[in-house]
Each structure stands twice: as structure tokens, then as C-alpha cells.
Write a protein that binds this ligand. Structure first.
Ligand code: MEV
Length: 312
């Protein structure tokens, strides 16, 4: 890389408990992954974003006919508008290490990697809070009402309790946590799922609020289970969280099948993670050795699976 180039990284994430209710001010627990997105920026003749392995390139100034590419272009243009005027054109090349539409925070990781690469190239210093704000501006293009959890995780990684608009609370696990993540292969649109929950909330606010409160109490219990190293209890709480997400119609038959396979292979608990409607399942294993049997059972059924370790 030459001296006028910059590099950046954003973390992917898994939500242990609390997705969707976190949009409505309830707490959620999430863990950052090493995998996420990496980006390189260098001076060029036009403001271009290229993303691999998607094989997509968009120019911030050129409207795209394809709706998905146009969303990506608009999000990139929103980020670029936050830079100096007149802008020096930069080409950002990003590589996704997690799939998009899988509930693993790929979109927020991409935005954070881009901003970090641009900042490194232009010699701009930014606080984590400012970085989260910029990432949320990008996320708003893709889904109107992000809680900010994906952006916070993409910037910081680690294990956190997140409440919208409040300082994050780092959680220290009593013992290492061993998870298996499996991908249904179905694209889960966070935007449609967040909108679907919003419609249910508008139709029957009391019922939706009751479900969000129930999830909030699972999250509070889960935080102490993580701190106490009580993984059997944590697994039960994850199962209960999945049941409540299912009542919000966020699960699919593939997610149900994956949860069943993981539990039969010895998982202490399993649930959808992220937006749902497709995307990924998260299963808790008793320890790192036991992730292998769970991942193998899921792979044998045709689902891509990998282990995620959260160290104590
Ligand atoms: C997506 O990873 C998590 C959701 O709760 C949406 C959000 O918090 O913005 C579904």
C-alpha cells in the first residue's frame, strides 16, 4: 500500500438476546466478532466503492438503476457528504468477511471499515461516538430505524449490554462462551423485519410492549448468567427469547430446523440472531470442544456453520 492509502476494519456481531426489542429501548446483549469487513482507500479520479465478494462497484455521483446497488450508492454518498468540501476523490475497496443479510452486522461493519479507511487516508481523527453516528447515517439508508447496536458493535467489538441512546455496558463473562453460528442461506431483510414488527406494534401496542418487556427481563437474567458463567441458564433464556421472537413472526422453517438440529446435537440453547426472516441461528455449546459436534450436525443438514468464541 502506498503512503496515500488508508486501511480500516469493522467488526461483525452476534446478538445473544434482545434483537428487535432493542429498537424499542429495551436492552440487548451482543458480542463482536473478529470477522467483519476490511477496507482500503486510495486517491482516485472518482468517489467509488467496490465491495468483494459481491463483485459490485458504485460511483457516489452516479444513480444506479438496480435498487440494491442504488441503496449502496446512496449510503456511500451519505458517508462521503460528511467529508471536506471540495472533496478529493477516493476509491474504497472493501472485502466482506461475513455474509450480508445474515444478521451478523455485515452492513454496519462495512460502513465502519469504509470510514476508518477514508479517515486513515485523509488523516482525520474521530472518536468512537462520532464513528458510530456516521455508521448509523449509513444504516438509516438501509433500514429506517436502526437501534445503533450493529454500529456500536462494528466500532468496538467485545461483549456488551446495549440500550439505545445510553453508554454501553461492557460485560465480563464468568467463563468463556462457545457459540455455533449457522446460516440458513435465506436472505433476511432487517428493514422488512423491523417494519413488520413496527406494524404489529401499531396494530396492538399493548401486546407488543408486553413481549418487549418479557424479552427485556430475559436479557437482564442473561447478563447475570453470563457473568456467573451459568451457561445452562443462559441457554434456557436464549430458547425463551427465540420463542418470543417466533411470536413476532420473525422465524422461518429453516431457522426452526437449525435450532432443532443444534439442540439435538447438544446445544444448551439456540435462537435466531439479528433481524430474522432468514439469516443466521446462534447456538450455545457447553464448551469449545462441543461446538464441533453441533457444527457438524448443521453442516450434515446442508447449513454453513462456524464456531465463535467469546473469551472470559
Ligand atoms: C439487527 O442486527 C438488530 C435489530 O434489532 C435491528 C436494530 O437493532 O437496529 C433487528
Amino acid at each position: 500500500m502506498n503512503a496515500r492509502a488508508g486501511e480500516g476494519h469493522g467488526h461483525g456481531k452476534v446478538i445473544l438476546l434482545g434483537e428487535h426489542s432493542v429498537v424499542y429501548g429495551r436492552p440487548a446483549i451482543a458480542a463482536g466478532m473478529t470477522l467483519g469487513c476490511r477496507a482500503y482507500a486510495e486517491f482516485a479520479t472518482a468517489d467509488v466503492l467496490s465491495v468483494e465478494p459481491w463483485g459490485v462497484s458504485v460511483d457516489a455521483a452516479t444513480v444506479e438503476a438496480d435498487p440494491e446497488r442504488e441503496l449502496l450508492r446512496r449510503a456511500f454518498a451519505v458517508l462521503r457528504e460528511h467529508y471536506e468540501s471540495p472533496r478529493r476523490a477516493l476509491h474504497v475497496r472493501a472485502t466482506m468477511q461475513v455474509p450480508g443479510g445474515a444478521g451478523l452486522g455485515g452492513s454496519a461493519a462495512l460502513s465502519v471499515a469504509i470510514v476508518r479507511a477514508l479517515d486513515a487516508c485523509l488523516g482525520i481523527e474521530r472518536t468512537n461516538e462520532q464513528l458510530v453516528e456516521l455508521s448509523m447515517a449509513w444504516e438509516r439508508v438501509f433500514h429506517g430505524n436502526p437501534s445503533g447496536i450493529d454500529s456500536a458493535m462494528a466500532v468496538r467489538g467485545g461483549l456488551l449490554q446495549y440500550v439505545r441512546g445510553q453508554p454501553h455496558l461492557p460485560i465480563r463473562p464468568g467463563k468463556a462462551l462457545s457459540f455455533v453460528v449457522a446460516n440458513s442461506g435465506e436472505h433476511g431483510s432487517t428493514k422488512s423485519m423491523v417494519e413488520s414488527v413496527a406494524r404489529q406494534h401499531a396494530r396492538d401496542p399493548a401486546k407488543a410492549e408486553q413481549i418487549f418487556d418479557a424479552i427485556a427481563s430475559l436479557v437482564t437474567n442473561a447478563k447475570s448468567a453470563v457473568e456467573d458463567g451459568d451457561h445452562r441458564r443462559l441457554g434456557q433464556l436464549m430458547d425463551l427469547n427465540h420463542t418470543l421472537l417466533n411470536t413476532l413472526m420473525l422465524s422461518t422453517s429453516k431457522l426452526e430446523e437449525m435450532c432443532g438440529i443444534a439442540r439435538r446435537a447438544g446445544a444448551l440453547g439456540a435462537k435466531l440472531t439479528g433481524g430474522g426472516g432468514g439469516g443466521c441461528m446462534l447456538a450455545l455449546a457447553a464448551d469449545a470442544e462441543r461446538t464441533t459436534a453441533i457444527a457438524q450436525a448443521l453442516s450434515a443438514a446442508g447449513y454453513a456453520a462456524f464456531a465463535v468464541e467469546v473469551v472470559a
